[in-house]
Design a binder for this molecule. Structure first.
Ligand SMILES: O=C(O)c1cc(C(=O)O)c2c(n1)C(=O)C(=O)c1cc(C(=O)O)[nH]c1-2
Length: 242
């Protein structure tokens, strides 16, 4: 494959498997969920947000040059902040605050679904254990995230009276941060995946990442939509401090 054909193959994976197609997202964006179900989504996704800097730190540690490390370090600041400006993790907590969740409870992870924990941990482990090329390729779901974020913000503002622009402020910077992340990661992958075998590994890494995003929504759907069977110890709407 040429580098541009590889990019097209990556796009085709997103078109087929990205979590924008998951029924839970259709319900979320379409205003079909109760406040408790939206809380469950935000609480579970906190663990994804909080784990992203851990996976980026382990990736950063393996990058061989100052230029590459500088580029990846920006992601850590995007998520962790710089001590003055809040980063993504703090902004996600503003979202869970806005939805009426107790912050200590969210951060404690006590109400997390096991499916969320296993999927997110698998991402952190994948990035730590696979080749640098696969690790960087696994971030490329961000090629597709501006689209879902735009749908989510407009849909949720339109459809839920308990959601405000302030609650969803997390997402606005992502619309510029994600394309910046992708510009670098996609270029890296197109240059370094220079054999058929490496190209296959890159495509598999993106499939793996799409699957773990999908699995998180499967877990939410099973627990909180249908059949609606939250596992023992998981968050129960209306009963936040356990
Ligand atoms: O809202 C979303 O659907 C969505 C998806 C993704 C993604 O595709 O992994 C990320 C984000 N948001 C996000 O906010 C974010 O910070 C982020 C970092 C990463 C990554 O893999 O490094 N993905 C995503």
């Amino acid at each position: 494959m040429s580098p541009d054909e590889l990019e097209a193959a990556l796009n085709a994976i997103g078109a087929e498997r990205y979590h924008i197609h998951h029924p839970f997202h259709h319900l979320l964006h379409g205003g079909k969920l109760s406040k408790g179900q939206v809380q469950a989504w935000a609480l579970n996704r906190y663990y994804y947000q909080a784990s992203i800097p851990a996976k980026d730190a382990s990736l950063l540690a393996r990058l061989p040059t100052p230029e590459l490390r500088r580029e990846w370090r920006r992601r850590l600041e995007d998520h962790d902040g710089d001590g003055v400006h809040p980063g993504g993790v703090e902004r996600w907590l503003a979202l869970t605050d806005g939805l009426g969740l107790d912050r200590d409870y969210v951060v404690s992870l006590r109400g997390l679904l096991p499916g969320t924990r296993f999927a997110v941990d698998a991402y952190v482990r994948f990035v730590r254990e696979r080749t640098l090329l696969e690790a960087i390729a696994s971030s490329l779901t961000e090629m597709f995230s501006p689209n879902i974020i735009s749908q989510r913000v407009s849909g949720m503002l339109r459809n839920y009276d308990f959601v405000t622009e302030q609650t969803l402020a997390y997402f606005k910077p992502r619309l510029t941060q994600a394309p910046q992340d992708v510009a670098f990661a996609l270029d890296y992958v197109k240059v370094h995946a220079d054999t058929a075998e490496k190209q296959q590994a890159v495509l598999d890494a993106l499939r793996f990442k799409c699957d773990l995003l999908w699995a998180q929504l499967d877990a939410l759907h099973f627990a909180y939509v249908a059949p609606g069977l939250p596992p023992p110890g998981a968050f129960i709407p209306g009963d936040t401090v356990r």
